[in-house]
Design a protein around this ligand. Structure first.
Ligand code: M6R
Length: 607
């Protein structure tokens, strides 16, 4: 989603602002822009499409100036045109914005009635005019911002530049994250620490409602009631190195290949191998008091939650509700004492999930957050932080975050089971042993990359693709379909294999590849029966199973993908690899933008 960077520098900043935007590209965007102050005037360059277009603009017409702001925009209000690109500016003020100003129509009417003329269709431009008209009346930038912020409904992270105060920026956050970076005689604003990584590691995270005056010498932070506050400066630990593609063609492929290492890294925080026990990073959280679990997440994280529901119910015998975050609040969920909400999110910033978290908290629920960004808003608002240690995930399609989420959730379910007296020492030891096998099994699954690449053409020409699975492999089928549609733009659906005959089987013909996920285990026979129902109707099946499964049921399939034989507990982690690789190779075959697929954003910070 939109990205922000602001610099108060010693030298010209345009080039470094663009470099910061480059590091934010992974979030997804469709236009970009930069503004600086030069010779007492605000100047800006904007372009639709990729950053390369903005760079061309800057090459054609360079932008000097030592204070500046820049933005990548993911369109919400108004098409992704140059005119709608940020920064939005008046003669006095330029600003960039992430989020949505929900009351922008009323504000725009009010401003238009006072004679203000708008250049864009965006919600953002009202903020520029509101601040500008106060500054034009002689009110200081600080007082102008303090007056305008309470008038804005919705979510925002803002960085504002003032013609009259060229050595200062003002930032503000409500709902969308914003960080302050402290350099050597320079100060920065960014929508995350990653954008600022080449500039500084010293980061302060603004809290909800905070706003900040940034100068070269530092930052003065205020809370939503305009009281001066201190926010701790932390060392982000994010380096430029971490986000290179290494030897891989795409971030997505690199991240798929990182899974054995990052899953091992994650499990280290949740398993005590010497004692054959599971553990939690926060040992004193009272798990025994939990009577019900509600899981809320979006997209791939939601599918990780669907898998986890099986584990929580099977191991801990605790009832589990699961909701897509964008629907959760709107069905008036009943939440009782002793309830734990688990939010699952790679970014820890997804607006729908965050809103669900806050709703659950207001209903007296305890909150656990399985997040990959330990400094994110969800991480900071949770009672129990359960980090995944996947490292920065840059590809829009989530891969390594998913398998790490599964690792954390399996270990958490086992912890809950133990706290509930449902897991004896022997069973715990078994479980730890199986979880510890996951990294090697993921490695073994990656060995099939070339054979998956070789059969990708069987799917690349299709218009529709179905994915089938049962039990914990049903969410995997949904995940496989999501991966394929988001990066290859092929229509795909995941179904519970047994549900096919209740409708979707009517779709079967010889042009619809059907990917069947069927690891050996208690559900294998039933899944294969459903697969045969598809084959009996001319369906073209790709079977993903282990050697025994392929031997038993592979005949008549258009292709088979052989996975290592693994315990059912870790099968969802291991079978994530072939569905990720299949989507990847199909997308490459189709020539789509694998890492930044059209219309998508990495971190969805609007509801
Ligand atoms: O950061 P989050 O895990 O909260 O993001 C949730 C979804 O937006 C995300 O998983 C999305 O579905 C991915 N693009 C899937 O690959």
């Amino acid at each position: 989603m939109c990205g922000i960077i602001g610099i108060i520098g010693k030298d010209d900043v345009a080039e470094r602002l663009v470099e910061g935007l480059r590091r934010l590209e992974y979030r997804g965007y469709d236009s970009a822009g930069v503004a600086t102050i030069h010779d007492g005037a605000i100047e800006r360059r904007r372009a639709e499409g990729k950053l390369a277009n903005l760079v061309k603009e800057l090459d054609r017409d360079p932008l000097p100036g030592t204070t500046g702001i820049a933005h990548t925009r993911w369109a919400t209000h108004g098409a992704p045109t140059t005119n709608n690109a940020h920064p939005h500016a008046t003669k006095e003020v330029a600003l960039v914005h992430n989020g949505i100003i929900e009351n922008f129509k009323a504000l725009r009417e009010e401003l238009t009635a006072r004679g203000r003329v708008f250049d864009s269709e965006t919600d953002t431009e009202v903020v520029a005019h509101l601040v500008s008209e106060l500054v034009e009346q002689g009110i200081s930038p600080k007082d102008a911002v303090a007056q305008v912020l309470p008038r804005l409904h919705g979510a925002f992270a803002l960085a504002i530049l003032f013609r009259s105060s060229p050595d200062m920026l003002i930032g503000a956050r409500l709902g969308s994250p914003l960080v302050v970076g402290y350099g050597d005689g320079e100060t920065y604003l960014g929508s995350d620490a990653l954008a600022l990584a080449p500039l500084t590691q010293r980061i302060a995270y603004l809290e909800e409602g905070d706003w900040v005056i940034v100068t070269a010498g530092g930052a003065e932070i205020f809370d939503r009631d305009n009281n001066p506050v201190e926010r701790p400066i932390t060392i982000s630990g994010v380096t430029g190195e971490l986000i290179s593609k290494g030897n891989h063609r795409h971030y997505m492929l690199k991240e798929i290949y990182e899974q054995p290492v990052v899953v091992a890294q994650t499990l280290r925080s949740y398993l005590r191998r010497m004692e054959d026990q599971v553990s939690l990073p926060v040992p004193d959280f009272d798990l025994g008091a939990i009577r019900r679990v509600t899981i809320v997440a979006c997209g791939t994280s939601y599918y990780a939650g669907m898998v986890a529901k099986y584990w929580f119910e099977q191991f801990a015998r605790v009832p589990v509700d699961i909701d897509v975050a964008s629907e959760f609040r709107y069905r008036a969920p009943v939440m009782e004492d002793g309830g734990l909400m688990i939010v699952i999110s790679q970014s820890g910033e997804t607006a729908d999930t965050l809103a669900a978290l806050r709703h659950a908290r207001s209903e007296g629920q305890k909150i656990a957050a399985v997040v990959n960004v330990p400094t994110s808003t969800m991480a900071r608002e949770a009672d129990l932080l359960l980090p995944t240690h996947a490292g920065p995930e840059i590809g829009v399609a989530s891969t390594k975050a998913f398998t790490c989420q599964l690792a954390v959730l399996a270990a958490f379910a086992a912890n809950l089971a133990r706290a509930k007296g449902r897991l004896d020492g022997k069973a715990e030891k078994e479980l730890v042993r199986h979880l510890a096998e996951a990294p090697a099994a993921l490695n073994a699954a990656l060995a099939y990359d070339e054979s998956i690449e070789a059969m990708a053409h069987l799917v690349a020409g299709a218009r529709d693709v179905l994915y089938l699975g049962r039990g914990p492999d049903y969410p995997l089928a949904l995940e496989g379909a999501l991966k394929l549609k988001e990066i290859s733009y092929i229509h795909a659906e995941g179904y519970a294999a047994g549900e096919m005959k209740h409708g979707p089987i009517a779709l079967i013909d010889d042009k619809v590849p059907v990917i069947v996920l069927a690891p050996s285990g208690p559900l294998f026979e039933k899944t294969v029966s459903n697969m045969q129902e598809v084959q009996a109707r001319g369906g073209k099946v790709v079977l993903i199973s282990d050697y025994d499964g392929v031997q038993a049921a592979g005949e008549g399939c258009i292709a088979t993908i052989t996975m290592p034989k693994v315990h059912p507990l870790i099968a969802p982690m291991v079978y994530a690899v072939p569905v990720q690789l299949l989507a990847y190779h199909v997308a490459v075959a189709k020539g789509t933008d694998v890492d930044q697929p059209r219309n998508l954003a990495k971190s969805v910070t609007v509801e």
